[in-house]
Design a binder for this molecule. Structure first.
Ligand SMILES: *Cc1c(COP(=O)(O)O)cnc(C)c1O
Length: 403
């Protein structure tokens, strides 16, 4: 059959067209029927009133990001050139000298660490993560309060972590093997040394610094704040509040260090080769960042507060129930609602309420594991209107469990 006839046939035979439509996708107007893969695979989808959790697939990408991914999929380009061009744009937005899109914030930590160790020496790149006898430095200094799990990313490059608490301990720990002073923004209030002092110590000893700000927008200013402060490397997640691809993140900072980090990343074969970001994700990350920066943040904040108020109003009048607006100071810094109750008046635990909401229809995820007699929920990942469903479902459950 000639193509012309085939296409003609497709227009009257939509079922056959579904299979063939993909083959001639660029030429035909036959659009394949929408597949509901969640239904087909029996996957539970849910209303996300919990927040940006990796286990819950983080955030939903806006249409502009999906468009960037889709349009990016239609052509070949050189992977390095996409990173170059997008990196320049990201660097300009975030006030850094250079930037690359990484496979999440974790990968930014790994690649940044690799760059610090190897510099532009390809022999060293091939030696990672085995540092002994190579002449490379091998220790990273981290405050005790900051050593909460994410610092382990750095160990992928072969370094060991030296934990300190006071300035005196940092000064004592610094030696010829010290490669980096690492900072976890989220835990800053828990640590004894704050940003500027950390930078001052590093400067005094001519050591590079890296900061993890993975979940720390909003506020949007954090995208450039730490570059402006003088951190040599800044690492952030792309798929949290910025709503880029979940698999993307950004490593930004000093030009020489970003160039060095890239030696360990695809398309080259270093320790980061398995942390590939494809061109679609790189483009999607760029558009997500751009959109996030341009957004009306004050307006968005108001909408969040209105959603919180709506849920609050629906549940606060139950006997024994108390509500409270909770604003995490850093990391996922968006208004959340804590609903707590007197266990003698409401026969529920946070976990059982979480379970009932999860098993209900539609399924809802909240933070139900923090304490026995309360739950917490966020609204920044809700789709428009879902706050009403969340309010209604919690009201129903509280009503049923009220004594
Ligand atoms: C989420 C998170 C990471 C990991 O980020 P990914 O983008 O999931 O790789 C690292 N550090 C902190 C503090 C985080 O919250």
């Amino acid at each position: 059959m000639r193509r012309r006839n085939l296409l003609k046939g497709l227009s009257v035979l939509p079922v056959a067209g579904a299979a063939l439509g993909r083959v001639f996708a660029a030429e035909t107007v036959v659009s394949p029927p929408k597949r509901d893969l969640f239904k087909e695979l029996g996957l539970r989808t849910f209303i996300n009133a919990a927040g940006n959790y990796t286990t819950m697939t983080a955030s939903l990408m806006p249409q502009e990001v999906l468009d960037a991914i889709n349009s990016g999929a239609g052509e070949y380009v050189m992977l390095d050139e996409v990173q170059d061009k997008v990196g320049e744009k990201i660097a300009a937005i975030c006030h850094s000298e250079a930037a690359i899109v990484t496979a999440g914030c974790w990968s930014a930590l790994v690649l940044g660490m690799a760059g610090v160790l190897t510099g532009l020496d390809n022999k060293r790149v091939a030696q990672l993560p085995f540092l002994e006898g190579t002449g490379m430095k091998s220790e990273v200094i981290v405050q005790k309060a900051h050593a909460n799990g994410y610092h382990l990313a750095l160990k992928n490059a072969g370094v060991s972590i030296v934990v300190v608490e006071t300035r005196e301990e940092v000064e004592k720990a610094i030696n010829e093997k010290t490669a980096l002073l690492w900072f976890l923004n989220r835990e800053a209030p828990e640590g004894k040394i704050q940003h500027q002092e950390w930078l001052d110590i590093a400067k005094k000893h001519k050591l590079p610094t890296m900061i993890d700000i993975a979940a720390d927008v909003p506020p949007v200013e954090n995208l450039w704040k730490y570059n402006d402060m003088g951190f040599d490397l800044v690492c952030i997640s792309g798929g949290k509040a910025m709503r880029g691809p979940q698999s993307a993140g950004i490593l930004m900072g000093k030009k020489d260090l970003i160039a060095a980090a890239r030696l360990s990343a695809p398309p080259r074969s270093g320790i980061g080769r398995g942390q590939k970001v494809n061109k679609e994700e790189i483009l999607g990350m760029y558009v997500a960042l751009e959109k996030y920066v341009q957004q009306d943040h004050a307006k968005e904040w108001k909408i969040w507060e209105q959603k919180i108020a709506l849920i609050d109003n629906a549940v606060k009048n139950f006997d024994g129930v108390k509500t409270e607006m909770v604003l995490p100071p850093i990391a996922n810094h968006t208004p959340s609602l804590r609903i707590s109750w007197d266990e003698k008046k409401v026969r529920l635990t946070g976990e059982t309420l979480g379970d009932k909401l999860r098993k209900g229809s539609p399924s809802i995820e909240i933070i139900g594991w923090e304490a026995k007699n309360n739950i917490r929920l966020t609204v920044f990942m809700l789709k428009p209107g879902q706050e009403k469903i969340v309010a209604q479902r919690i009201k129903e459950e509280l009503s049923q469990a009220s004594v």
